[in-house]
Design a protein around this ligand. Structure first.
Ligand code: 5GP
Length: 193
């Protein structure tokens, strides 16, 4: 007997898109949520950005040249891609499809333009925006991270204002006052609550 639409949907993993300004703590929140739900799969994006000192190829990102990135775009290998602060970022399509098909939940940590593309490709994706408690707090976190020069921090803050203005496009908005508490909210979404 062929499975009904409902049965099929139940067997597919849940696709959760986590967006939010640079420095808001998305990475820490996702890591804390995955510690509680280790069966969750997170995509490792491809980027043309230079690696930061502590970053490793294939762990935070796959670091590629612009030419390689553009080849991948042309061959349709990305589920979504976008330019952010003069660099290109993309999510490989195949592992996302495979993990969802095998019933695993998938988290994508991507910026706004990418989140919109995922929404168009997967209308059932759950879009989550993580907000800082305030813009002053975000500025402090970006400066405190010490990974970007001040003009880059200012550019990322301008982008942050644009991203936060799109709040109404998201299914859930989590204010990241405390990583543990925000991670618990994300775990609830992974569990479908
Ligand atoms: P960062 O350079 O700080 O690692 O990332 C800059 C921004 O790019 C962040 O908002 C991050 O979520 C986003 N980003 C990372 N990977 C992807 C991706 O594959 N696609 C899109 N659209 N955005 C991404």
């Amino acid at each position: 007997m062929k499975p009904t639409g409902d049965e099929q949907a139940r067997r597919l993993g849940r696709l959760i898109v986590v967006s939010g300004p640079s420095g808001v703590g998305k990475g820490s929140v996702i890591a804390a949520a995955i510690a509680q739900r280790p069966e969750t799969w997170t995509s490792i994006s491809t980027t043309t950005r230079q690696p930061r000192p502590a970053e490793q190829e294939g762990r935070e990102y796959f670091f590629v040249t612009k030419a390689d990135f553009e080849r991948e775009v042309a061959s349709g290998g990305f589920l979504e891609w976008a330019e952010y602060a003069d660099n290109l970022y993309g999510t490989a399509r195949e592992p996302v499809d495979q993990n969802l098909a095998s019933g695993r939940n998938v988290i994508l940590e991507i910026e706004l333009a990418g989140a919109r593309q995922v929404r168009a490709a997967f209308p059932t994706a759950v879009l989550v925006l993580i907000r800082p408690p305030s813009m002053a707090d975000l500025r402090e976190r970006l400066i405190g991270r010490g990974t970007e020069p001040s003009e880059v921090v200012e550019r990322r803050l301008a982008t942050a204002r644009h991203e936060l203005a799109a709040e109404s496009e998201f299914d859930y908005v989590l204010v990241n006052e405390d990583i543990g508490a925000t991670a618990s909210e994300l775990v609830d979404l992974l569990d479908g609550q």
